[in-house]
Design a protein around this ligand. Structure first.
Ligand SMILES: [Zn+2]
Ligand SMILES: [Zn+2]
Ligand SMILES: [Zn+2]
Length: 350
């Protein structure tokens, strides 16, 4: 994620800020400009500090779950990120507002990134066959509901926004990492597989060479995975144990990690992060002096990112918290990420 600044006073702004913490000017994110703007309020509307243009907040700003802005002259009430919602939590239940805020924070970061990757994003409300939408559903009353993707509909179980519950599930499943943004990135990976890979014979056969044949029985594969687990050498070819269950899950897991790495690299670039540790081995040096979304070669991105991940893990250990990136990325996994990066780069050029 980029670092932004207040147009009025120059103070840094987070992506989620509703106002500048220093001068209190209102702030919001414009996905048309990939940037934050700050405003003075004029008759209840937002007048840009930068150029005087008039904007309005997305309607969901009244619930405190969105700070995206829309040009005042446009009729639409919701920003692109919020227009992807199909079912939102029941807000008559008090604790659901906070859960919804957490879900929206993660989802807005996801949409920011999909836009930076120049991926097509069409809300299901305007494209009933191929569009994307999100259902945020509670287990109460729907005991069978599960987090997952089905033909453009991404369901996230509300309890995943409850930190205590999520940590409990993480331990139950012996997962090293479980976050909301991780869920969003994984599930949207399934969506883009069906959109970008499944319908193109050339891409599909290339996919099968890298990830395996997805025609293998999916339910049977998952059952086998839950019964027998992964083989002992799974780290040589997969990013996670779950990725070994089926080529679709391998794709979605690898896709999620590709997005993790792209986001961390972008953040490192905008903060000018440089790693120069006091050890003989030169391979632990890293400096991101490029915006990863403008780079053709994923290996270049990975090479600079890897030392940074070591630093962040070390900083986490300094604070006594688990490693931020508790994964081993093997050469085979880098190859899979290359496949994804090349596919997206190719699509940008079309
Ligand atoms: Zn300011
Ligand atoms: Zn919105
Ligand atoms: Zn999945």
């Amino acid at each position: 994620m980029k670092i932004f600044e207040c147009d009025n006073c120059g103070y840094p702004l987070y992506f989620e800020n509703q106002s500048c913490e220093k001068c209190s000017h209102l702030s919001g994110y414009s996905d048309l400009h990939h940037g934050m703007k700050t405003f003075t309020s004029v008759n209840g509307n937002l007048k840009s500090d930068r150029d005087g243009e008039i904007f309005k907040y997305c309607r969901n700003s009244v619930s405190g779950v969105c700070n995206w802005i829309i040009p005042f002259k446009e009729e639409r009430e919701y920003c692109l990120a919020c227009s992807l919602n199909r079912i939102i939590p029941d807000l008559s239940i008090q604790e659901n507002t906070e859960k919804w805020q957490k879900l929206e924070n993660a989802k807005h970061r996801l949409v920011y990134q999909l836009q930076r990757l120049e991926l097509p994003i069409s809300p299901r409300s305007s494209d009933v066959n191929k569009g994307l939408c999100f259902d945020f559903v509670a287990k109460q009353g729907n005991p069978k509901v599960m987090t997952g993707h089905n033909n453009g509909i991404i369901t996230i179980v509300l309890s995943e926004a409850d930190t205590v519950h999520r940590e409990y599930v993480k331990k139950q499943l012996s997962e090293p990492y479980r976050t909301l943004i991780g869920h969003f990135r994984h599930e949207v990976g399934h969506y883009y597989w069906s959109l970008l890979v499944s319908g193109n014979q050339t891409t599909l056969s290339e996919f099968r060479e890298v990830f395996g044949d997805e025609r293998t029985d999916y339910n049977q594969s998952l059952n086998n995975h839950y019964q027998f687990g992964a083989t002992s050498n799974w780290q040589e070819s997969y990013i996670s144990q779950y990725a070994t269950s089926h080529p679709w899950e391998d794709w979605a897991e690898t896709w999620a990690h590709y997005l993790h790495i792209m986001d961390m690299t972008e953040t490192s670039y905008f903060f000018g992060v440089e790693v120069n540790p006091n050890v003989k081995d030169q391979s632990f040096k890293g400096k991101v002096n490029f915006d990863p979304y403008e780079i053709m070669d994923f290996n270049k991105i990975y090479k600079e990112w890897a030392p940074i991940s070591l630093v962040i893990n070390s900083l986490n250990r300094s604070m006594g918290v688990p490693d931020m990136y508790p994964f081993v990325v093997s050469q085979n996994v880098i190859q899979k990420m290359n496949f994804i990066h090349n596919l997206l780069t190719q699509l940008k050029r079309e």
